[in-house]
Design a binder for this molecule. Structure first.
Ligand code: AP5
Ligand code: MG
Length: 192
């Protein structure tokens, strides 16, 4: 199964994807993780991206498309994948469609994790204290939310128009959200 996980910053994409990997046994591909790893390695691209990530802006589409194309070309995606953090705007959604078509592996479902803004602010403030992720400070979180509403939210309609979108409530306990996702995955999402 080829799954696109959508949702605001802090909605639980990474948390749920890690649990889905255990249950479904396919790779979790997070562009945020790929970018942070590249920065930690000191790779030129990663360091360039870090200054953008730390402001809460989007890294340019060309960089992201190359990065995801390289990742999707690896053999472990043959049995499906969970994409988290990509696509993040309409141009990326269109590029992804082209890439997956070429690979003969179109997306099967897009899951939108719905979480209240208050809850998100709380979660990210908690993570800022625990993990110190540079983009979890209050000002940057505000900007990430703005960018999400201005650019990423359109991707929800993009998948809805293709009959691939399912909303899942992302509030509540982590295990409960996982159960909701797993039951959504057993639903037939083909366009009637
Ligand atoms: P990215 O790493 O993708 O960050 P994000 O989308 O802002 O989302 P987060 O990772 O913060 O949240 P999440 O939804 O994964 O939630 P999580 O499970 O961690 O991107 C970072 C940056 O990279 C972007 O801002 C951009 O600059 C750049 N970038 C990445 N992809 C890009 C692209 N395609 N194009 C351009 N730029 C790109 O949970 C959050 C917290 O809540 C955790 O502490 C968790 O423990 C907690 N939590 C989770 N679930 C629950 C629950 N049910 N109850 C209570 N707490 C919970
Ligand atoms: Mg994440």
């Amino acid at each position: 199964m080829r799954i696109v996980l959508l949702g605001a910053p802090g909605s639980g994409k990474g948390t749920q994807a890690a649990l889905m990997v255990e249950r479904l046994g396919m790779p979790h591909i997070s562009t945020g993780v790929l970018l942070r790893n590249a920065a930690d390695r000191g790779a030129e691209l990663g360091l360039k991206a870090k200054s953008i990530i730390d402001k809460g802006e989007l890294v340019p589409d060309e960089i992201m498309t190359d990065m995801i194309e390289e990742r999707l070309s690896r053999p472990d995606v043959a049995n499906g994948f969970i994409l988290d953090g990509y696509p993040r705007n309409l141009a990326q959604a269109k590029s992804l469609d082209v890439m997956l078509k070429r690979l003969g592996q179109p997306a099967d479902i897009a899951i939108q994790l719905d979480v209240d803004a208050d809850q998100i602010v709380k979660r990210l403030a908690g993570r800022a204290e625990l993990e110190g992720r540079a983009d979890d400070n209050q000002d940057v979180v505000r900007n990430r939310m703005r960018v999400y509403h201005e650019k990423t939210a359109r991707v929800i309609d993009y998948y809805a128009n293709r009959g691939l979108l399912t909303h899942v409530l992302g509030d509540g306990k982590i295990a409960e959200v996982l159960e909701r996702i797993l039951s959504a995955l057993s639903v037939d999402h083909s366009i009637p």
